[in-house]
Design a protein around this ligand. Structure first.
Ligand code: E4P
Length: 230
């Protein structure tokens, strides 16, 4: 049972970053894309498989062909890498056709680069498990991403497709996605680290530690308690 309805994926091509954040116990999956993988050294297949093991949940790996036949062949091959792989397919007419065929074979699809409710309707109808709606890139062109995402969530309500908030640039994008009712948000490592921070948490911990140290006998008591519990 999750504390909030929205699941968190990490948006990255970095195994080291997944290793770091997977230890927090908050990740349900991951997304990669060609740009993120191109920033990393090493074999992309090995990276995707290692991320699959680390997150033990859905990991999106993207096709790069522009026609349906190529997407289908790449999608089948990517899905064969690991049971957790979800095939990421860019939105287009060819992408919709490939999504229909891949899902008919039992391969899960994350339809990406969705920017409007009308595109989301088509992606869901083609059988996509996840519909990736980009927030940051919408804000970049001076369109309110929360309005667009809210309309997509409302439009897909009752559909089997899950709305996946992507292109998140700061913690408030994550909060907005949760408040709007997205099933998943894929969050870059940098933003996840920002979500950890609050000055009052830092100062609060410092105060508790200092007050505890002001009573040295407390450390002996707690040490004994821990040893007895082992
Ligand atoms: C989605 O899965 C994409 O990988 C990603 O969120 C794109 O984000 P960007 O706009 O920061 O490149």
């Amino acid at each position: 049972m999750h504390a909030v309805a929205m699941k968190l994926f990490i948006d990255t091509g970095s195994v080291a970053e997944v290793e770091e954040v997977a230890g927090w116990g908050v990740l349900s999956g991951a997304t990669t894309n060609p740009s993120l993988l191109a920033k990393e050294g090493g074999d992309p297949g090995e990276i995707v498989m290692r991320i699959c093991e680390l997150v033990d949940g859905p990991v999106s790996a993207e096709v790069v062909s522009s026609e349906a036949g190529g997407m289908l062949a790449e999608g089948r091959a990517l899905a064969g890498l690991h049971r957790h792989v979800v095939v990421k397919v860019p939105f287009s007419a060819a992408g919709l056709a490939a999504t229909r065929d891949l899902t008919a074979e039992g391969i899960r699809v994350n339809m990406t680069l969705v920017f409007s409710a009308s595109q989301a309707v088509l992606a869901a109808e083609a059988g996509a498990t996840y519909v990736s709606c980009f927030m940051g890139r919408v804000d970049d062109i001076s369109i309110d991403s929360t309005a667009v995402l809210g309309e997509i969530v409302e439009t897909l309500r009752g559909s089997e497709a899950q709305v996946l908030a992507a292109s998140l640039r700061h913690p408030m994008h994550t909060v907005a996605a949760a408040k709007l009712g997205c099933e998943v948000a894929t969050v870059p490592g940098k933003v996840l680290r920002q979500m950890l921070q609050h000055p009052l948490t830092t100062s609060g911990i410092e105060r508790f530690e200092a007050d505890w140290r002001s009573r040295p006998e407390f450390a002996d008591w707690l040490g004994g308690l821990v040893a007895g519990a082992r």
